[in-house]
Each structure stands twice: as structure tokens, then as C-alpha cells.
Design a protein around this ligand. Structure first.
Ligand code: ADP
Ligand code: MG
Length: 244
């Protein structure tokens, strides 16, 4: 078995007295989709933020392709260049065209030549079904389209790993499907991803592994049919029963 893309080893994170991640260990293999579920405040977003070094772990180790990225000597920008992250609020720059939103980081951060950045961005917009909107301003797009642009913006850097934090939670119900369909396609393309979601139907279809976070630990972890269909822990059962 090859090394995991991502490995968390006994990660701990507190905010003051609030212990948010108590002892989290997790492996994510290449091409795997790991879905994090758990009550609001259970630490799902904090876990993703620790992976992408938006938060610093207090203890434990995060490894990306074997490298300890929590080592303080590691250049966080270099790590973030290998990890794409998309949030609930898509945060597109309103004054830039869709295309310029996607080329911005490649040109400014990764020093890709403008022409190359443009052709790669157009290819990625085509991938998410929005090539025709390249010249449009974000606010002329639907929420679902804007979120697909945000995903294209993250993908254009060819990340080793994608982190998706409740990317459908801000969308009107009728727009959720187009974003979930895209994620399903990206998974089929072999993208490695961790996502937080309340969409249990989607988790059941797409996740290789579902992790239930509770009290700062992964209380239960396994195949979706196991964790969602026949949870072993009473707390997982209670969490799932509250959703329906
Ligand atoms: P989830 O994404 O599962 O809803 P979060 O990771 O956002 O949970 O939050 C977990 C806990 O950490 C919550 O109690 C939240 O208030 C706290 N928390 C998150 N970020 C911060 C922060 N920057 N400063 C202080 N507390 C935070
Ligand atoms: Mg969250």
C-alpha cells in the first residue's frame, strides 16, 4: 500500500479552554473522498483549517505526502499551494471577471505566464461547465455557478488535495445538485478530497470513508453504509436521527 496523501497523527487543537480537536488521527489515500460529519461546533472546519495551516495544531503532526507540514520551519505558502480549499461562502472577487478570478493566483502566486494561466483557466472553467461565463462578473451568476467558479479557482493550481467546507450550505436547495454533481465527477477523475457536509445522501453515494466527529475525536469511522447505515455508537445514531 502506498503512503497516504494526508495523515493526521494525534492532532490536538484548543482555542483557550475550548478543546476542539482532542486526539484526531486520520489517513486519506490518493483518490479517496473522506466526508466529515458531526454536530455544529464539533470541529470539522477547524480540522480542515489545521490541514491547510490556517490554524496551527497545538500537538500532533499533519503529513502531506509524508512531509510533516506542521513543522514550524515549513513554508506555509508552499504547503497551501498543494492544497485547494473551498468554503461555504465562495468569496469571488466581485470586480473581476470569472476568468480573472481563476487566473489570479496562478499569475500572482505561482508566477504562471499570463497566456498559459488563461488557457488553463479556460480549460478548468470548461471542466466545471462554465466556459461560456468566462467574461461575466460573478454577481451575474447563480450561487451554484459561483461555487463552481470557486472550485475551478482551487483546481487550477492542480492541488494534491482538496478541502471542501460545506460548499453547498449557502445555496438555494435547487442549486445544490449541480455542485454535488461536479464533486461526484471530480471524485471519479481521481481527486483526493476531504469534505464537510450535512448532505447525508451525497455522503452515502460518494464517500469512501465517513468520519463522525464528536467531542474532539473521530468517534466512528468507516464505509458510509456502515457509519450512516448501521452506526455502532449511540451518539452517532442520535446525531443521524436528529437530521431526519
Ligand atoms: P464545525 O465546523 O464542526 O461546526 P468548528 O471547527 O467551526 O466546528 O468549531 C469548533 C469549535 O471551535 C467551536 O466551539 C468554535 O466556537 C471554536 N472555534 C472555531 N474557530 C475558532 C477561533 N478562531 N477562535 C476561537 N474559537 C474557535
Ligand atoms: Mg464548520
Amino acid at each position: 500500500m502506498s503512503d497516504p496523501v494526508l495523515r493526521l497523527e494525534n492532532v490536538r487543537k484548543s482555542f483557550g479552554d475550548n478543546v476542539v480537536l482532542r486526539d484526531v488521527s486520520l489517513d486519506v489515500a490518493a483518490g479517496e473522498c473522506v466526508v466529515l460529519i458531526g454536530a455544529s461546533g464539533s470541529g470539522k472546519s477547524t480540522l480542515l483549517r489545521c490541514v491547510n495551516l490556517l490554524e496551527r495544531v497545538d500537538d500532533g503532526v499533519v503529513r502531506l505526502d509524508g512531509e510533516d507540514i506542521t513543522d514550524p520551519r515549513v513554508d506555509a505558502d508552499r504547503v497551501r499551494a498543494r492544497i485547494g480549499i473551498v468554503f461555504q461562502a465562495y468569496n469571488l472577487f466581485p470586480h473581476l471577471s470569472v476568468l480573472d478570478n481563476v487566473t489570479l493566483a496562478p499569475i500572482l502566486v505561482h508566477k504562471v505566464a499570463a497566456e498559459q494561466a488563461r488557457s488553463e483557466a479556460l480549460a478548468m472553467l470548461d471542466r466545471v461547465g462554465l466556459a461560456a461565463k468566462a467574461a461575466a462578473r460573478p454577481d451575474s451568476l447563480s450561487g451554484g455557478q459561483q461555487q463552481r467558479v470557486a472550485i475551478a479557482r482551487a483546481l487550477v493550481n492542480r492541488p494534491r488535495l482538496m478541502l471542501l467546507d460545506e460548499v453547498t450550505s449557502a445555496l438555494d436547495p435547487e442549486l445544490v445538485g449541480e455542485v454535488l454533481d461536479l464533486l461526484r465527477e471530480l471524485k471519479d477523475d481521481g481527486l483526493t478530497m476531504i469534505l464537510n457536509t450535512h448532505e447525508m445522501g451525497f455522503a452515502r453515494q460518494v464517500a469512501d470513508v465517513v468520519c463522525f466527529l464528536d467531542g474532539g475525536v473521530i468517534l466512528e469511522q468507516g464505509r458510509p453504509e456502515q457509519v450512516l447505515g448501521a452506526p455502532a455508537h449511540e451518539r452517532t445514531q442520535r446525531f443521524l436521527s436528529r437530521l431526519t
